[in-house]
Design a protein. Structure first.
Length: 138
């Protein structure tokens, strides 16, 4: 193998490694979007077990590939959420309704490891409605 061929091979490998690292880091993912939405249960506003506590909504990119989730700004009183700068694509949605003792009123049925909820973020300004069933999944 001559010197030029070796140099081209090394350059090619370096470029491929760089592109692979950029892909893993999410550099080729979708466009940033601002989304809003409402979470209801059985078509009705969310009912919390106490006046205290927190409402948390997280969007996990699919496939995950080590990327961090997006945390929504939430309004517990209205069950609404807002996420700025989320990239378009597929997501698993985790939802927590923590009471004053930090116990999840949804019994962790919608935590990141168990949630059946998925959505597609497609457009800037998109509005999502997530309706949880009256009876929690088993």
């Amino acid at each position: 193998m001559n010197r030029l061929t070796r140099r081209l091979l090394v350059v090619g490998i370096v470029v491929l490694v760089g592109l692979g690292a950029a892909y893993i880091a999410g550099a080729f993912e979708g466009e940033p979007c601002d989304i809003t939405g409402t979470i209801t249960r059985d078509g009705k506003p969310l009912a919390f077990s106490s006046e205290e506590g927190q409402f948390l909504v997280l969007f996990f990119p699919e496939p995950r590939r080590g990327r961090d989730p997006y945390r929504a700004d939430t309004d517990r009183a209205t069950g609404t959420f807002k996420v700025n700068g989320i990239k378009s694509g597929r997501y698993r949605v985790a939802i927590y309704m923590f009471n004053e003792k930090f116990l999840d009123d949804l019994r962790n049925k919608y935590d990141p490891n168990h949630t059946p909820l998925e959505c597609s973020v497609t457009d800037d300004g998109q509005v999502l409605t997530i309706d949880l069933p009256k009876h929690l999944p088993q």
